[in-house]
Design a protein around this ligand. Sequence first.
Ligand code: BES
Ligand code: MN
Ligand code: ZN
Length: 497
Amino acid sequence: MDFQLKTLSIAQAATEKCDVLIVLVASGSSTSKDALSTLIADARKSADLPDKAGKLLALYRPAGVTAPRVVLASVGDGKPSSVRSTVIAAVNAAKGSNPKRVAVVFAQAADAAGVGGAVIAAADASYVYTTTKSKAESRTIRHLSIGVADAGPLRQAFDEATATVAGIELAKEWGNRPGNYCTPTLLADAAKNLAELPNIKCEVLGPKEVAKLGMGAFSAVAQGSAEPLRFIVLRYHGAPKEQAPVVLVGKGITFDTGGVSLKPAAEMDEMKFDMCGAASVLGVFRALGDIQPAINVIGLVPSCENMNDGHAVKPGDVVTSMSGQTIEVLNTDAEGRLILCDALTYAKRFAPAAVIDIATLTGACVVALGGVRSGLFSSDDVLAGALAAAGEESQDRCWRLPLDDDYAEGLKSNFADVANIAGRAGGAITAAKFLQRFTSDFPWAHLDIAGTAWKSGAAKGSTGRPVGLLLNYLLGQSRKGDIKSPARKARKARSAA
Ligand code: BES
Ligand code: MN
Ligand code: ZN
């Protein structure tokens, strides 16, 4: 889909050539006498277009308008979340006539958040997964133009939004692919393709290299599968190399059967989405390649299947992580934390400004927060605050949950330094407490996206979350300028002494 931002007054919008014209109308009235303003005023007067976000009025060949179909759409107070939900409703309504060209125009002044939100919402509503369908069914909406009174000041927000869409759609694509079309090797190939973009490099390690690094926890999860594991290292270089990077770590389980602690059959297909954390990291890099912000970012993706064969890790097995800590694998279905802990240990070598892991980690997080907000955990209040704010601003929200040490009680083991599960209570938190053991060298945050990365039921499919949140955070950091690395600073101070 291609996007265009245009300077278009509401009077000019009437002659815009497109299949469907969506007009976003905020509260308050206009006295303009052009065709669309008159339609809006009449609709308001007759109560056919209530002044409430999401209310639509579809018109066919209205007088004085070039587009054959017009959707008047109330955005109420015009706040970004209203624009977003209204654009989704309007594009869904517009889809009925299989339009190729859709224009979304703001009837009143638009701001950066509104334009960005409209682009992301329109793309979201028009997305179609096609890769494993035999018929050449495809997205009908090919061109989307956004019309605003003055495009100039909104250009940057628009460009960032279209790059974000490319990132979200890459994340959706890999999330949606079935396990046999998204193996660790294929995921690594997708990451390698990203190295075509400027300032992105990609390196991929296999089982031997990972074993040599001492990643005994990651290797143990992979050992029951015929598919070889992959450890993906992506680098985006947008700032001087002295500047400490932000490291993103994405859980890349391309299928989670549970292993010997086998999952029930119902809905097990949805465990193809267990690599959505990894997909969000790829999506972020896709967008960074477009936007080229002044920041350094590392992406780490431990990827394997969690399968069950004669070599599979067994409940009670003790494995040694790269950090040296031994782990008793009491439940082979708590595999995400096992692959992540080694990637977190690996992250230390980058002397990072911050490390953020993104994982479809626990069913307990789905119970706690549902599909609305991702779980946020952090040992660092500044980082937690920045991520929470980025979630609000991008409308890709999260909610902070606690990390009191008392929650780690249940992880005690008689046979290793730590067990990989605690009791049922507070399962999202105990998983985070497990990860926290591997993060003492840097500011760290964990996003549990088990509830938000995909939708179940009739609308089953990947959401591309939390690409929007992560990009908003990273762009915010790049605008702040130099990020100091606590680890690097400490090292410098030591060597100076
Ligand atoms: N990938 C799952 C988490 C998950 C389950 C996400 C259902 C979304 C929906 C993870 O690997 C897992 O199986 N976690 C277990 C942990 C338990 C064994 C402590 C869980 O949540 O049941
Ligand atoms: Mn599992
Ligand atoms: Zn899993």
